[in-house]
Each structure stands twice: as C-alpha cells, then as structure tokens.
Design a protein around this ligand. Structure first.
Ligand code: GLU
Length: 308
C-alpha cells in the first residue's frame, strides 16, 4: 500500500459522550493514519435511534476537536445513507447471499450462534422479520496489523442480520458499504469488534463480486486495539458507566492514552509538545514517532480518573 493512499477512519456511535476507551481508538487510528501521511475520516454511526442520545454526535465532534483530533473532509452520517444500504441489500438478494428470517429473539433465546433455521426457506406459516447474510464455510483468516495472524471459524459466527426486525440497517452492512464507498484502506479499532471483522470480510467479498471489484486489492487492512477495562474486567462503555473525557484535561488524557499504547512519551519532542500545552502539536509529535508494533495486544485495566 502506498503511504499516500492510506485512508483511515474513526466511526463512533452517538450513544453517549466520548469516554477514555473511544478516545484511545481515536488517538491510535489518528496516529496510525498521520504517521503514514494518510487521511483520517470521521463517520457518525447513527443508525440505531433507540440507543442514541440527543446531542451526542455534536458533543463527540467537539470533544475530538478539543483533543486536537482534526478530521479530513466532511463528517459522514450513516442516517443519511439509506439508499446505499438499500442498493447493497438488493445486490446481495440478487446473488443469493442473504435470506429472509422469521426467527424472533424469543425463538433464539439461549442460542449463541444462529442455527441456520431459515437458510433453506421460511418455516410454514411464518413471516420474514429480518434479513440475514449467509456466512461461508471454513476458516476466515487475516493478518491483523496489531494482533498478527487471526482466524475465526465461519461456523462459530453464524449468519448475521443485515436488515433488523425493527427496520433499521444492521451495523455490519452499513460499515462495509461505507468503508467501501469511502475508500477506507485501514480499519484501526477496538478488539471488542474483533469477531465483526471476519463477517465484514465476507460481506466485502460478496459486495466486491457484485461490482466485479478485485476483492483482495480493495479489502482494507484491519488492526485491533486493546480495550480498556474497569476493575471488574468490563469494557469501558456507557453501560458500565464510563465517565466522559473532559476537554479541559485533553493533554493529560492524550498522554495517558499514548502511555497505554506503549508509545515513547519520555522523548524530548513529546515532552516539549506536552509543555507547550498545544494538544494538536502533541498528537503530531506522537504520530511522527508512532510505532504500531509497540501497541499491547492485551486489554488494559484502568480503575478510573486519576489512577491510570
Ligand atoms: N460504531 C462502532 C462503535 O462505536 C465502531 C465501528 C467500527 O469502528 O467499525 O463501536
């Protein structure tokens, strides 16, 4: 991949304010892109109105800016891109990679992996509630930018929704359609999304077939970052009551994230930028020295404010 061709992205869901875990993903993906002279896009994944919080999109964008994380181009909002997802679904219907499914949550209660009930057709007297993508067979492997060789058995993942029963587009479909449409070459995100990657690679392949694009040359590279966990081993999230980051603490938070990512913060350049009080300068120095191979592959434990 040519350095100039690097297109990275940060894709927050506006389900709450930015917390330290999402800041870590933003800083790492920004540094990875800027280290290679690349572009860094921001895409607002606002496809799940029931989970969204009013004002969160704007708040996230202001918080990114307040941390010196300036993006390239216009912010893309998934809620305005239904036509693209609809076209993709129609294409997948044509090439037989999706099927209507009648199974309700209740039908699947206690079942970890979709058992393929409606793959061969809807059961008698049942109506379609959602559409699922049909996973292939065998091992799905990729060379992760951070974790190295990574592999999942397709069977362990199961056929997943692309159009949900509540009528909203499913995350997997929208992400792949958008990453393709935006020419994303590098996806650097949290390891909590690790098992989404083989699903997205399969979807990417199916969509590439539809447009006769070269699948292997167009597929982005994927890198999965350590997640931040609280002292109960839970991923920092709105559900686990993660505190939002404060713009007034931007310098300290970025330094903390760089330390977690094992980047050399003792260096004179970084210290100088830190003392200057300009968070964007600090990020530029961090991007210059960014070394992806130092990023830890295990989760990071963090008790909370002041104890990092
Ligand atoms: N919107 C997803 C999230 O906030 C991230 C999607 C991605 O990076 O692929 O968890």
């Amino acid at each position: 991949m040519q350095a100039a061709g690097y297109v990275g992205r940060f894709a927050p869901s506006p389900t709450g304010r930015l917390h330290m875990g999402s800041l870590l993903a933003a800083v790492a993906s920004w540094c990875d892109a800027k280290h290679q002279g690349g572009t860094w896009l921001v895409r607002m994944e606002d496809l799940d109105p029931p989970r969204e919080v009013a004002g969160a999109s704007d708040d996230i964008l202001r918080t990114l800016e307040g941390h010196g994380l300036h993006w390239d181009g216009e912010v893309v909002y998934q809620s305005r891109r239904s036509e693209l997802y609809k076209d993709a679904l129609e294409g997948l219907k044509r090439n037989g990679r999706v099927f209507p499914c009648a199974c309700s949550r209740k039908d699947l209660a206690g079942i970890a992996v979709y058992p393929g009930t409606c793959r061969v057709g809807l059961p008698p007297n049942k109506e379609a509630r959602l559409w699922r993508f049909q996973m292939g067979e065998g091992a799905l492997a990729w060379e992760d930018l951070i974790l190295g060789q990574t592999s999942f058995e397709a069977r362990s993942l199961g056929d997943f929704p692309v159009l949900r029963a509540d009528g909203f587009w499913a995350y997997q479909l929208a992400v792949v359609v958008d990453d393709r449409d935006q020419g994303v070459t590098h996806v650097v995100r949290g390891s909590d999304l690790l098992d989404s990657t083989p699903k997205q690679i399969q979807l990417w392949s199916a969509l590439a077939q539809l447009t006769s694009t070269d699948f292997h040359n167009s597929l982005p590279e994927y890198g999965h970052l350590p997640v931040l966990e609280n002292n109960l081993g839970q991923k920092l999230s709105k559900q686990t009551l993660a505190q939002p980051v404060q713009v007034s603490q931007a310098m300290a938070s970025v330094m903390r994230v760089l330390r977690w990512l094992n980047q050399p913060v003792g260096d004179g350049g970084i210290q100088g930028a830190f003392e200057s009080g300009d968070v964007h300068q600090l990020l530029l120095r961090a991007a210059e020295q960014w070394d992806r191979s130092l990023v830890p592959t295990q989760s990071i434990q963090w008790q909370g404010e002041g104890q990092g």
